[in-house]
Structure formats: C-alpha cells, structure tokens
Design a protein around this ligand. Structure first.
Ligand code: ATP
Ligand code: MG
Length: 415
C-alpha cells in the first residue's frame, strides 16, 4: 500500500523550495540589520507550557493541539506557536542576564489540528521575532517597522497594517465586564464556543468568525472607551512612531488575537490577494507572559509571519546564488572517464561552482540532461579523450567546442 503524507501536512518541493530559501535569506538579512539573532527551540514541549501561556480557553489549546504521551506517560505537545517556547528558553537559560534587551528570531514548523484549506494547514511554518526587556512604545513600533521592511524587502507592497490596543491588567477587566453586561439575556443567540468564552475570556467573542456572532457584537462598545491613561499614552506614542517610521496603518478596535497573553499593542498584517485567510502576520505585546511562566517581570513584544502565505505573496523571490543557475555538466562515457573526471569535478566544486555529472547512459541522453539543466558548458570525456589526456569542452550557447588538456581544465572552466 502506498504511504502518503498526513492530512494537512505537505511537502515543499523544488522549485518552490527555492522560493522558500530566497525568502528566508532575505528575511535573515533584514533581521541582521535590526540586530535579531536566531534561536532554535525544540519542536516538542511540555503540554503545560501552552496551556499556561496561550490559554485554556483559546481555540489552540481547546481543540488544535497535537498532544500525546511519551513512553513514561508525560504529556507532550507539538508546538502550535513560537512565542511560548522562546519565552520558556529565555527564562530557563537566564538570557535576561546576558541581554538586557533580547532580540530573538526563529524559523520553523508549527502544528495545529485545524481544518485544512487554502492558506491553512496542520503543519505550517512561521518566521517569528521576539523583543524581550523593553516596555517602551519604541519597541512596539520597531517590530512593526521590521515587519514593513520584511514585506517591502520581498517586493510585497500591497499589505495592510491594522493595529489596536488591548489595554492592560488595570483597564481591560472593565471592558470584559462591559462585554458581560452586553451579553446578558442574549447568551443563547451566540454560538456554543462564544457562550463558553463569555465565562472564561469574553474578549475572544470579538474574534469569533461565525457570522451571527459577528453581527451581534457589532453593537458592543469598543475597547478604546476603556483604556486607562497609561495605555492611551502608550498607544498614542506607538502611532506617532509608526507615522515617523512611514508604516501606513489602520486602527481596528476589533483585533483581539486568539492567544491569551497579549496586552496593549496588537496587530495584524493583511493582504487581499490571500483570499479568505487574509492574515499573513500577526503579533503584539505580552508584558505579563515571562512572569506568568515563572520568570522575572520582563515585558515583551513579538510577531509571527506565516511562511506559506508569505511565499504565496512573494513568488518572484528565488534563491539568489548566481552559481546555482548555470551548472557545468560533465558528460562521461565509461568508468575510466568517470574516474578521470572526479578530481577535476571536486576542484571545481571547491571553488563553489555548480557541477553536474552524468550517471551513465548514451552521450545523446547525457546531452539532453545537460540541456534540461540549462548548462552553459559541457565537458565531454570518452575513452579516446582519456587516452589522449584531454577533454572536449562544448559551449552549449553557440555550439562551439574545443579540446583542452586535462591539466588545464580547472583553470579554463573557472574563468
Ligand atoms: P488565523 O486568523 O488565520 O487563524 P491566527 O490568528 O491563528 O491566524 P497566529 O497564531 O497569530 O495566527 O499566527 C501568525 C500567522 O501564522 C498567521 O497570520 C498566518 O499567516 C500563519 N498561520 C496561522 N495558522 C496557520 C495555519 N493553520 N496554516 C498556515 N498558516 C497559519
Ligand atoms: Mg488560527
């Protein structure tokens, strides 16, 4: 029986993988310019990490996690997102001592048991960044400027930035009360999920994707009416910095984010070209998270970009290494020719040139492959050439060919 990949998890094949590599290279350059360094955390974490950070009533923890027991009965979870693992690693390794401001980025797969559809899969890749140790609005603004640089660096100009402030521990409870009050008597009209959310995290009702709930919540008062003075000031400064940093944004008081740990600034980056799943990146501030996970009281702000959606928007980006596109091809007839060619091939590859060799077959079929690989130079070695100590070098663009002494081959080809 044929074995297939797991539903919602797909292979990234060439040439698409070249787009992925090109995008990652570009993003890495931009991270470098902002001083972000890479962190690589395990793909599996204790389940408790996500329950405590992402939140018990979040869609992720309620129904989307890949959770299983290891051989000792310990509950493990394939990471559904990247922030909690980074914060766990930050606390565990005492990074705050080494970096008063830690700027960390990551690249990797995430896992959520969702209904697979366009732009939504069960294994998906994220590029993320976390800035820990800065409370200032400058940090929030820089994360958004970083995002903007990433999109424009990839030639994507048609994304929209939407921002909101979710308030803080001082002012948000009052807003939650207001939502409670609003729902009173109408509970039955909301979906089952929202009825549950009403008890544990009413803010999330604003994030419900079901049409009846969306309509009902149109009338609920907006969070902006409840911000405390400190949150107002923070948000005002963020907006001022975004203007100064040339990040065009729109305020959207309905952005709440699906994860429990956000406070103050929350944002999404949207693109109409994506269709129904139109968010390509999202993030925000999470000042209580490090403390909640047992660390010191250190603020943080971060974002995650969905790689599948990002590569859909940036298909013109490719792996930019020039040598990769014009290989040299060694057409080799017989095992003596193969042996004679190997050291030359090795030397050329050590000069970072791309060299392709034949794996048997007729000269005709080998040349056909060279053509397909778009090789400009083909080196032909048969029994006669080996005896004479030469190789035939053919320019595939103009069809001209020359005999060259084996000893001079590397020099000639690496010109
Ligand atoms: P959505 O509203 O699309 O479900 P989300 O709020 O769950 O997104 P986040 O957890 O903030 O998303 O993740 C950030 C980004 O990761 C999203 O903007 C999206 O680009 C990408 N992403 C999230 N879930 C998936 C998925 N199941 N498949 C592919 N990409 C995803
Ligand atoms: Mg989601």
């Amino acid at each position: 029986m044929k074995i297939t990949a797991i539903k919602g998890m797909s292979d990234i094949l060439p040439p698409e993988s070249s787009v992925w590599r090109g995008v990652e290279e570009k993003v890495r350059q931009i991270f470098d310019s902002f001083g972000f360094e890479e962190i690589r955390t395990p793909i599996v974490e204790p389940t408790e990490l996500f329950v405590r950070s992402v939140g018990e009533t979040s869609a992720i923890v309620e129904k989307e996690m890949y959770t299983f027991e290891d051989k000792k009965g310990v509950s493990l979870t394939l990471r559904p997102e990247g922030t909690a693992p980074v914060v766990r690693a930050y606390i565990e390794n005492g990074l705050q001592a080494k970096y008063p401001v830690a700027k960390l980025c990551y690249f990797g797969p995430m896992f959520r048991y969702e209904q697979p559809q366009k732009g939504r899969s069960r294994q998906f890749f994220q590029i993320g960044a976390e800035l820990l140790g800065a409370e200032s609005p400058m940090a929030d603004a820089e994360m958004l400027i970083l995002l903007k640089n990433i999109f424009s660096g990839l030639g994507i100009e048609d994304v929209r930035f939407e921002i909101n402030s979710l308030g803080c521990a001082v002012c948000r409870p009052k807003y939650l009360e207001a939502i409670h009050g609003f729902m009173k008597g109408k509970e039955k009209k909301f979906c089952d999920d929202c009825q549950k959310r009403a008890k544990k995290n009413p803010l999330r009702i604003l994030d419900c994707k079901k049409e009846p709930c969306r309509e009902l919540t149109e009338a609920v008062s907006t969070i902006s009416d409840f911000w405390c003075e400190a949150c107002r000031k923070h948000y005002r400064e963020v907006r001022g910095l975004l203007l100064a940093g040339h990040v065009p944004f729109k305020e959207n008081t309905r952005i709440v984010r699906g994860l429990d740990y956000y406070c103050r600034t929350a944002f999404e980056v949207l693109c109409d070209r994506l269709g129904a799943q139109n968010a390509v990146a999202a993030g925000g501030r999470y000042d209580g998270l490090v403390k909640d996970l047992g660390g010191p009281d250190i603020p943080g702000v971060g974002f995650a970009i969905g790689m599948e959606r990002l590569t859909l928007l940036a298909p013109l980006i490719h792996d930019s290494r020039p040598t990769i596109h014009e290989p040299m091809f060694f057409a080799l007839l017989g095992s003596e020719a193969e042996q004679a060619a190997l050291s030359v091939i090795q030397e050329l590859r050590e000069k970072s040139l791309r060299v392709e060799s034949a794996y048997g077959g007729s000269l005709k079929s080998q040349l056909r492959r060279a053509d397909k690989l778009k090789a400009k130079w083909v080196v032909i070695l048969g029994e006669n050439e080996v005896k004479k100590g030469v190789a035939i070098v053919k320019n595939m663009h103009d069809g001209k060919q020359n005999e060259i002494l084996m000893g001079r081959l590397v020099g000639e080809l690496s010109k």
